[in-house]
Design a protein around this ligand. Structure first.
Ligand code: ZN
Length: 321
């Protein structure tokens, strides 16, 4: 079994990425095809099935058997039922039975997982979480995705919503979130929140800051402006890192992980996120025990979703046998 391969699929609104992955999480080969999401779920399912078949053509060349496929998808979804309830950037996706559909099309056992959990599992096995048994991944993008590993196992929870750390409340009665709550972490510390908060602060300012008048500000722009001495950018950026540090302290006390791994587009700023987050964490954390966690960058980039999907398919196949 150690010599077998599994397929990992990362389903996104723009592209579908697929790869053959070995037991260590190493990519044997990869392909990317356009999702063509506007043509609806049946069309997208057919494209995933085609990609799985295409990857299996390399099975013979690799000389190793493909034993299962894993799908990392936007959610909400049910891993247990194999159904995607809804998917960001995939119009028309309502209660799509993706596992049954792709199992019938491919003849392979299919595992479904949400994309953030798949990425967390990949970092745990083959990336920045290697060597730990307890780890949390936070992906800082449009929102904040999360995945939690406790004692070596990816956590789902009673209602399969464990790890939705972006929707932990860090500011009661704070900024409204599309989820219906107020003050969610991702309204302060995601890449899009940093850009939005900068624009709001700049509008209230008398002397126009660096990025004034631009409608398409990104977190990278705010990071660059902060480095160039823009005080509003520096303040918004520092506040985002402080909220991340609050999340780290809270995760420390709930889960006691060895490491918190930060990924997603905002982490292109690297040390500009890590240094202030670590500094705020050191100032905020308790002194009762020496259980300080490490805050480290993710290592697998945008390959994490498909690597994790493939590794979870292997995990499920092994535990099912
Ligand atoms: Zn929320």
């Amino acid at each position: 079994m150690a010599d077998t391969l599994t397929i990992g699929i990362d389903l996104g609104g723009t592209d579908i990425k697929g790869s053959l992955v070995d037991a260590t999480g190493t990519l044997v080969c990869s392909r990317t095809i356009p999702t063509e999401a506007a043509r609806g779920p049946q069309h997208v399912l057919a494209r995933i099935a085609w990609l799985i078949e295409d990857l299996r053509r390399d099975e013979a060349a690799a000389g190793r058997q493909v034993i299962a496929a894993g799908i990392g998808s936007p959610g909400p979804l049910s891993c247990r039922d194999g159904v995607v309830y809804q998917a960001a950037n995939l119009p028309g996706w309502n209660n799509v039975p993706i596992r049954a559909n792709l199992a019938a099309a491919s003849g392979l056992p299919i595992t479904l997982e949400n994309d953030a959990n798949a990425a967390a599992y990949a970092e745990f096995v083959a990336g920045a979480g290697r060597g730990t048994e307890n780890m949390v991944l936070l992906t800082l993008g449009t929102g904040i995705g999360g995945g939690v590993i406790v004692d070596g196992h990816l956590q789902h929870g009673a209602f399969e919503n464990a790890g939705e750390i972006g929707h932990t409340i860090v500011q009661p009665d704070g900024r409204p979130c599309p989820c219906g709550q107020r003050g969610c972490l991702e309204r302060y510390a995601s890449a899009s929140a940093v850009a939005q908060r900068y624009l709001e602060a700049a509008r209230q300012c008398d002397s126009p800051p660096t990025l004034a008048g631009r409608g398409d500000v990104t977190s990278a722009d705010v990071a660059a402006a902060a480095r160039a001495g823009d005080e509003i950018a520096a303040r918004v950026w520092d506040e985002a890192c402080r909220y991340l540090a609050v999340a780290c302290v809270n995760l420390q006390h709930v889960l006691n992980p060895e490491r918190i791994v930060l990924g997603g587009g905002m982490m292109n700023a690297g040390e500009q996120v890590l240094e202030p987050t670590r500094r705020h964490y050191a100032a905020l954390r308790w002194q009762l025990a020496d259980d300080t966690l490490q805050i480290v960058p993710a290592l697998l980039g945008n390959r994490a979703g498909m690597i994790g999907a493939a590794l979870l398919a292997r995990y499920e196949r092994m535990s099912g046998d």
